[in-house]
Design a protein around this ligand. Structure first.
Ligand code: SF4
Length: 495
C-alpha cells in the first residue's frame, strides 16, 4: 500500500522547539548582526558608537559561551506551518510545542518570565509557558517551525491604529515615527521596526510581528531597491524618519535609532487602513527549522556563522572610575552624559522586590538591607550555570520602578541603575536628594554579567529571578543619565 501521509512524532516537534529556543536565545541571526555592524559604520556620536560596540561585543560573547544574548529570554512566539499531508502522532501540537519551550528553559537555564494570568494571578508559571502559537496549513509533508522569543521592553512599546484611507502613506509614516519616538530608549534601540498594514486590526498586528522575520537589508541595498519598489521606498522613508528622531542607540542620540524596517501589507476593507507597529530591540532573535519524519535534532546548538574572532572589544580607557559606596563629592562631580565604571557593592531589585520593599515600609517593618548610600540595579538575571557567578544580567526598564523610587531616595538611596527614561517625580527626587541615575546597556547581558564578581541572594529568594542580590561589581560600565542637579541626558538629546 502506498503511504500518503507523513507521520511526525510529537516528541520530534518538542525536541525541535527546545533546540530552536536555545539557539534563538544565544545566537543573533547573521542578518541582524550585520545590520547592526552596518549602522555602527554610519554612526558618529561617541556614546552611541560605544553602545553599538557593546551590543556587538555582547553578541560575540553570547555566541562563544552559548549563553543568552539578553537576560529577558522573553515570551515565546511560535509560528508552525504544517504540511497538509502531515499527521502528528502522540501529543497534540500545542502540548508538543509547550513541552519544547519548558524543556529548553529548564535545561538551558533561560529566564522564565511568564505569569499565570495577566490580571488575577501574576505568579510565575515556572515553565515559561504557555507559548503564543500561530498555525497555518500549507501544501507539503513537512513542518516549518519558527521560534521568536520577545522581551517585554520592546513588546510593551508596540502600537496599533486604525487610520482612515485618506491619511495614506504620510499618515502611516507619521504613526510609525510617533511610536518610535514614544518608545524612546525603553525598547533598547537600535530597533528592527516591523510594520503591518491592512487586513483587520488584529491581522495588522500579526503582519507586523511576521515582518520582523524578514531578512535585514542594509541601508545601501535598501536605497537601491527603493528606486523601483514602492514597499521598499516606504521602508526607506520610515528608516530616514527614525534617524531624524534623534533617539539613537540606547536613546543616547545619533542617527542609528533603527537598523532595519520591514513592511508587510495585505488587502483590507475599502473604508479601513489598519496599521500596526511591532518594535524589536536590537536583540531581534528568532530561529527556524523544517522537519519531516526523518529529521534528527542535533544535541548541541551551533551558530550558523562565525562572529569575527579578531574583533576588538570596546575600549573603556576614557571612562571615569568610581568606587562604591558613592561619596557626596563623587556624585557632585558626575554630570549627565559622563561614562563611568563602577566598582564595589550594589543591590538588585525589580518590580516584585520593590513591591515587597514598599509593603515593608507601609507596615513599618525594617527593609532587608540598609539602603542608605546604596545603589540599586534593576535587573532580573538568568539563572547561573556551571562556574558562572550570575547568569546574563542586563538592566530592565526603570520606569516601572518610578512609583517606588522617590520614597527610597528620600530614605537615603544614592543611585539607581537601569535603562530608559524616569518620571518627573523621580527626577525631582534625585535632585532633592543629590543622588544619581545611571543607565547600563540594555540587552548587553552577557557582557555586563562578566563585570559582576560575586552575587549572593539577601532577600526574597521566593521571587526567583526577582530576588534581591548583593553584587560585587568591577568596572561596571554605565552612563550618568540624571545627575545630582537634575540634568537629564535623554532630555538634552530628544527633548
Ligand atoms: S534587549 Fe532590551 S528590550 Fe530586548 S529583550 Fe533585552 S532588555 Fe528587553
Amino acid at each position: 500500500m502506498i503511504k500518503n501521509r507523513s507521520e511526525i512524532k510529537s516528541s520530534l516537534i518538542t525536541d525541535a522547539v527546545s533546540y530552536l529556543c536555545k539557539k534563538a536565545a544565544c545566537f543573533l541571526p547573521e542578518d541582524v548582526y550585520k545590520g547592526i555592524e552596518d549602522i555602527y559604520s554610519r554612526e558618529s556620536s561617541e556614546p552611541a558608537r560605544d553602545f553599538l560596540k557593546e551590543i556587538l561585543d555582547n553578541a560575540h560573547i553570547a555566541s562563544k559561551t552559548r549563553r543568552p544574548i539578553c537576560q529577558d529570554t522573553g515570551i515565546v512566539v511560535v509560528f508552525a506551518e504544517i504540511g497538509q499531508n502531515v499527521s502528528i502522532e502522540g501529543n497534540n501540537l500545542e502540548l508538543a510545542i509547550n513541552k519544547g519551550v519548558e524543556k529548553a528553559y529548564k535545561e538551558f537555564a533561560l529566564r522564565k518570565s511568564i505569569v499565570n494570568d495577566a490580571v488575577f494571578d501574576r505568579t510565575n508559571t515556572g515553565t515559561n509557558t504557555p507559548a503564543i502559537i500561530y498555525t497555518k496549513i500549507v501544501p507539503g509533508d513537512s513542518v516549518k517551525i519558527t521560534v521568536v522569543p520577545k522581551g517585554s521592553g520592546s513588546e510593551n512599546m508596540n502600537a496599533v491604529k486604525m487610520l482612515t484611507p485618506s491619511e495614506g502613506v504620510d499618515g502611516i509614516i507619521n504613526f510609525v515615527i510617533e511610536t518610535v519616538k514614544k518608545a524612546g530608549p525603553n525598547s533598547c534601540p537600535p530597533l528592527y521596526i516591523g510594520v503591518g498594514i491592512g487586513g483587520t486590526m488584529e491581522y495588522a498586528c500579526l503582519l507586523a510581528k511576521k515582518a520582523l522575520l524578514n531578512k535585514v537589508i542594509s541601508f545601501s541595498e535598501l536605497e537601491k531597491l527603493a528606486k523601483t519598489d514602492k514597499k521598499r521606498e516606504l521602508e526607506l522613508k520610515i528608516l530616514y524618519g527614525a534617524e531624524k528622531t534623534g533617539v539613537g542607540a540606547e536613546g543616547f542620540g545619533g542617527r542609528c535609532t533603527a537598523f532595519a524596517v520591514s513592511v508587510e501589507t495585505y488587502p483590507c476593507h475599502m473604508a479601513s487602513l489598519p496599521v500596526a507597529v511591532n518594535l524589536n530591540c536590537h536583540a531581534a532573535r528568532h530561529s527556524e527549522m523544517i522537519i519531516n519524519e526523518n529529521t534528527i535534532i542535533p544535541d548541541d546548538i551551533e551558530p550558523e556563522y562565525e562572529i569575527s574572532p579578531g574583533q576588538s572589544f570596546i575600549d573603556y580607557s576614557s571612562y571615569k572610575k568610581i568606587s562604591l559606596p558613592l561619596k557626596d563629592e563623587d556624585i557632585k562631580n558626575l554630570q549627565a552624559g559622563d561614562r563611568v565604571l563602577l566598582t564595589g557593592e550594589i543591590y538588585t531589585a525589580r518590580d516584585a522586590a520593590h513591591k515587597k520593599l514598599n509593603q515593608a515600609l507601609k507596615d513599618g517593618s525594617p527593609l532587608p538591607f540598609d539602603i542608605k548610600n546604596k545603589v540599586i540595579y534593576y535587573v532580573g538575571p538568568c539563572p547561573a550555570v556551571q562556574n558562572e557567578v550570575i547568569g546574563p544580567a542586563g538592566p530592565t526598564t526603570s520606569s516601572r520602578m518610578d512609583v517606588y523610587t522617590p520614597q527610597l531616595l528620600d530614605l537615603g538611596l544614592k543611585g539607581t541603575i537601569g535603562k530608559g527614561k524616569r518620571s518627573p517625580d523621580v527626577l525631582e527626587a534625585i535632585r532633592r536628594n543629590k543622588a544619581v541615575y545611571f543607565v547600563a546597556t540594555g540587552g548587553a547581558a552577557c557582557l555586563i554579567s562578566k563585570k559582576i564578581v560575586s552575587a549572593k541572594i539577601v532577600a526574597y529568594p521566593e521571587l526567583g529571578a526577582e530576588a534581591v542580590y548583593k553584587l560585587e561589581v568591577k568596572d561596571f560600565p554605565v552612563v550618568v543619565t540624571i545627575d545630582s542637579m537634575g540634568n537629564d541626558f535623554y532630555a538634552r538629546i530628544t527633548g
